[in-house]
Design a protein around this ligand. Sequence first.
Ligand SMILES: [Zn+2]
Length: 222
Amino acid sequence: MAISEWNIGYSVLSEPLRAWKIGDAGECIHFYGGFHGDEPEGVQLALTLKEYLLNNPDQFLQKTLIIVPIANPDGFKNKTRVNANKVDLNRNFPTKDWAKDWTSKAGQPKYYPGPKPGSEPEVQAIVDLIEKSRPRKIISFHSLNPHQINYDGPARELAHAMAKHNSYPITEDIGYPTPGSLGNYAGREKKIAVITYELPEKISPTQAWRESLEAILEAIQF
Ligand SMILES: [Zn+2]
């Protein structure tokens, strides 16, 4: 079973975006944590998942699993949603709907989409990874009140299969527009099944893992 580890790119402040790959057969699935640096719940879940995958590679012989636990290392270090350029990475993807007027909650710096689509090095690294490895599913860990399994692209059934294991509410629309999001880029435009997995805010790493492992394993096998 092949396991590899590399940097897919670097943040604005030159921190590496570390990636791990488990296996190299069958369909490719991506996992991300920490797009928003002030959501440590998702980073913790991604790091725990990474250890689990590395310790149990034989469970995933027919898959190619790629995990980037900290997509926004500068934001994570500084406990900010945005990256070091004050850009919301989940609004910076080069989508058709990318908008510089910062979504309908216009003027809120927390959603600043950057000076142009795909301007940020973290987003460029992830776009490049998606282009090169062509995943069929993407699962991105965040935290939000209310917690939910949000989906974009051809992921409705996947979302329902995951929710059977933890009864998280399923949503297609998170309740406000998200131009330039990973879900719009990969899900709606590239037709990849994208799950934005919103953990409850402040959930402990132990509880998050307990509520999520079966749902994640279901997503891998689904
Ligand atoms: Zn988030």
